[in-house]
Write a protein that binds this ligand. Structure first.
Ligand SMILES: Cc1cc2nc3c(=O)[nH]c(=O)nc-3n(C[C@H](O)[C@H](O)[C@H](O)COP(=O)(O)OP(=O)(O)OC[C@H]3O[C@@H](n4cnc5c(N)ncnc54)[C@H](O)[C@@H]3O)c2cc1C
Length: 461
């Protein structure tokens, strides 16, 4: 009987393995498919490589903002080759690490449960004292749309394109859809977005969301609250039919490709959890403790994208690591997640949500004060020619403790980290205002939002 069996070797499973092997040699990790992680192969890294070319081009196309004119020549086949070249660099680094692990620790195959302490892989059974389930997720499928064959892309296939198409319909407006749609637009693709919701990406604050939509509406054709009624392949084109929300007319566009970015589906169903308890067949409503990721009271922990409301890489790795500590100390399950929530969308400018979102605070009827700063005339942002968007910071109206922030400004990733680290330190408004702010920097805009919150709290004293 193994001490721990880890199922899935993505960011969460690899992190769990590396933590487990420090404590015991009696472990097994099982993975189906490539061992180079979703993040490196088809997720974080190739998407950021594409976005970095797109952002450079967008900067060059907006050089007139800083008084320069230039003639640009773009060959998107070079862009896509670079994406794959560095994607391969990142995946081979992961594989090199995995290849250095002991062979007796690794099995290729699809694992599923037979009972609470036994799994089956390749017709063999294995038992363990505890399990870490890190099976991740895959792009949501739509069989009807799949009839257009290879003209239907997902984030799993888009990075394989030799060159970018002239036009694309992106279905979805979540983080992945937003990043890819905007990057493709900046690289010269005519992009139309169809979104079931009326939101772009993760911002929940009406003010920040309207700043995002104002900017996106200038670049992309967006049909909110609209899902295509049909996709049909016609020679070199895909005909996308939809009902126009404003006039209720049936309309259509012709595009070269369609990107299905409507979300991701957990791969937990492959594990046959119902063989542990029949109620576990309802994989969307499993009794999982959010802070430890423990399944009911079993020595079983479900980590990473397989069961989460925050499908991000650093959380997956973090959960993988702490679940090992909890497996080893079981039945004492004390190691809890303490990271404040942090999500970043690498749009241009970037969108970030840190700590509690505006909506979460509203829904909880929390008494909070919102400090706002616009970046349209923020000093540093204007110097950079990137004076778009704004920042909202949220403070408890009584204790003045920092609760969260929503950000849509250039380089939001850095402000988001500052705020996430401040949240970890349980910083309050006065402490944040007492920090140094170099001039001229984007951080000064953060201070403006803090001062806005301060003046409201002072006047309500
Ligand atoms: C396009 C895109 C962009 C992204 N960008 C970012 C970003 O910028 N920043 C960020 O933080 N996050 C980003 N993410 C999310 C990030 O990639 C995920 O949070 C992370 O990869 C999740 O890791 P994981 O270990 O849970 O799953 P995975 O890495 O998917 O690993 C799961 C593994 O389990 C295997 N498996 C499944 N079922 C079984 C079974 N029954 N038996 C054995 N093995 C099984 C799978 O085949 C897979 O190898 C992005 C994702 C995508 C798709």
């Amino acid at each position: 009987m193994y001490d721990i069996i880890i199922i899935g070797a993505g960011s969460a499973g690899i992190s769990a393995y590396k933590q487990a092997v420090k404590h015991t040699d009696n472990i097994l990790i099982i993975n189906h498919g490539p061992w180079d992680t979703t993040c490196a192969r088809v997720g974080c890294m190739p998407s950021k490589l594409l976005i970095s070319s797109a952002n450079r081009l967008h900067d060059a196309q907006t050089l007139e903002n800083v008084g320069i004119q230039a003639n640009l020549k773009v060959d998107t086949s070079n862009v896509m080759s670079r994406v794959r070249k560095y994607r391969d660099h990142f995946t081979s680094a992961v594989l090199e690490d995995v290849n250095s692990w002991k062979d007796k620790h690794k099995i290729n195959g699809i694992a599923s449960f037979i009972d609470k302490s036994t799994i089956q892989v390749n017709n063999q059974t294995y038992q363990a004292k505890s399990f870490i389930l890190a099976v991740g997720s895959e792009p949501r499928r739509n069989e009807e749309w799949e009839k257009i064959g290879n003209r239907l892309l997902t984030s799993d296939t888009i990075f394989e394109l030799e060159q970018l198409p002239q036009s694309i319909a992106v279905i979805g407006s979540g983080s992945i859809a937003t990043e890819l749609a905007e990057a493709l637009y900046h690289l010269g693709v005519e992009v139309t977005i169809f979104s079931r919701s009326s939101h772009i990406a993760i911002a929940t604050s009406p003010k920040i969301q309207s700043l995002i939509q104002e900017n996106f509406n200038q670049k992309l054709n967006i049909h909110f609250e609209t899902t295509p009624t049909s996709l049909t392949k016609e020679k070199e084109w895909v005909c996308v039919k939809y009902k126009n929300r404003e006039n209720q007319n049936e309309e259509e566009i012709k595009v070269e490709y369609v990107l299905n970015a409507t979300g991701r589906t957990s791969l937990l169903s492959s594990l046959k959890l119902e063989n542990i308890e029949s109620s576990f067949s309802d994989i969307k409503n499993l009794p999982i403790d959010n802070s430890t990721k423990q399944l009911k009271n079993y020595p079983i922990f479900i980590v990473g994208d397989a069961y989460t409301t925050t499908p991000v890489q650093h959380e997956a790795s973090y959960e993988g690591k702490i679940s090992v500590n909890n497996c080893l100390s079981y039945p004492n399950v004390n190691d809890k997640k303490t990271y404040p929530p942090l999500s970043i969308v690498f749009s241009s400018p970037e969108i970030a949500v840190v700590g509690k979102s505006y909506k979460q605070l509203k829904d909880a009827e929390h008494k909070f004060t919102v400090g706002f700063a616009s970046y349209t005339d923020q000093g540093r942002a204007t110097v950079l020619g990137k004076n778009i968007g704004g920042i909202e910071v949220y403070f408890d109206s009584t204790t003045q403790e920092l609760l969260g922030a929503e950000i849509y400004v250039t380089e939001a990733e850095h402000l988001a980290h500052l705020l996430a680290w401040s949240l970890s330190e349980k910083a309050n408004l006065k402490q944040l205002l007492s920090k140094p702010y170099y001039h001229p920097t984007l951080e000064e805009g953060l201070r403006t939002s803090l001062r806005d919150a301060y003046s409201q709290l002072k006047s309500s004293d």
